[in-house]
Write a protein that binds this ligand. Structure first.
Ligand code: ADP
Ligand code: MG
Length: 286
């Protein structure tokens, strides 16, 4: 990760793939991965030559078959893993090049709540780790809980909540520090379809309200199309970007979007790209 000089270079970066000048000016970049590779000690090359710029305000989905390096890419953006090659550059606005832990929120597929602690205490945790007292954190914690519709459940324990509610708590915990970028790794994959659609809508409403930039990992064509402003389709062995698809409809979206011609066209294009991604996996050698 680099500081000032390279961060300044980010501001005058070239266009993202798939856009034309008629689309208007691109939003400022937040983070750029350039030539990022990741090779594990086991010999597995999880990523090779990944070039990806995440821009302010976008809802970017990483879509691809299992094993194509989506989680690895997200962990590298989060600073939870180091790339074996290439660079990760943050814009100057994140606070001097390298982001602090609280510029980034991370939501995993499992809610990963502390079972012995109340909802309030679970959401308080990131602030507590920063040294903020329970009393001083109160307004932020209640605010984060109300964003996800759980303000009445502050004193409940995780065992008293449904799967969807636990995921809401996990999202509130990720948002309590008001991160600039929210990274989500298949957060709704274990939920039933109706709960998932409701969380999709609520997530978009929160994203619009807070102006948070989101990078969202999924293997669902429909979910990525519904949520995203841009879909990056990845292929495996080694993990790489195969195609980038813009979804040119404003956020938030409504159930009506699911039956619109644009939604159908993007689903078709995304589905075709995903099929191509799956097909390429057989051609390569680990
Ligand atoms: P995805 O999230 O797209 O399913 P991952 O990023 O989890 O893919 O994994 C990409 C590849 O890297 C897979 O082949 C996986 O087995 C391998 N991999 C992931 N994490 C590790 C690790 N810690 N050690 C060794 N191999 C790993
Ligand atoms: Mg994964």
């Amino acid at each position: 990760m680099q500081g000032g000089g390279q961060a300044a270079a980010l501001a005058s970066s070239p266009s993202a793939a798939g856009r034309s000048p008629a689309d208007g000016p691109l939003a400022a970049p937040i983070v750029r991965l350039a030539g990022v590779g990741k090779r594990f000690a086991s010999g597995v090359t999880a990523l090779a030559g990944l070039d990806l710029t995440v821009r302010q305000g976008e809802f970017l989905s990483l879509l691809g078959p299992s094993g194509c390096g989506k989680s690895t890419a997200l962990r590298i953006i989060a600073g939870l893993a180091d790339p074996s090659s290439g660079t990760v550059e943050w814009s100057r606005d994140t606070g001097g090049g390298v982001p602090g832990a609280h510029d980034i929120g991370f939501v995993f597929q499992e809610p990963t709540l502390m079972p012995w602690a109340t909802v309030f205490a679970n959401v308080w945790l990131p602030l507590r780790l920063k040294g903020v007292s329970r009393h001083a954190a109160r307004a932020e914690v209640v605010g984060a809980l109300s964003l996800v519709g759980l303000e009445r459940f502050a004193e409940a324990y995780p065992r008293e909540l449904s799967g969807g509610m636990k995921m809401r708590v996990s999202i509130a915990r990720a948002l309590v520090t008001r991160p600039r970028i929210l990274l989500m790794d298949e957060p709704f994959a274990a939920l039933d379809e109706i709960t998932r659609q409701r969380l999709n809508d609520d997530l978009l409403a929160i994203k619009v309200r807070l102006g948070t930039t989101v990078v969202f990992v999924t293997h669902s064509v429909f979910e990525s199309t519904y949520l995203s402003t841009r879909i990056v389709v990845m292929a495996a062995r080694p993990g790489r970007i195969l195609e980038t698809i813009d979804v040119d409809a404003p956020l938030p979206r409504s159930q009506g979007f699911r039956t619109s011609p644009l939604y159908n066209a993007v689903c078709e294009e995304t589905s075709r790209a995903l099929m191509a991604a799956i097909a390429t996996a057989g051609d390569s050698h680990l």
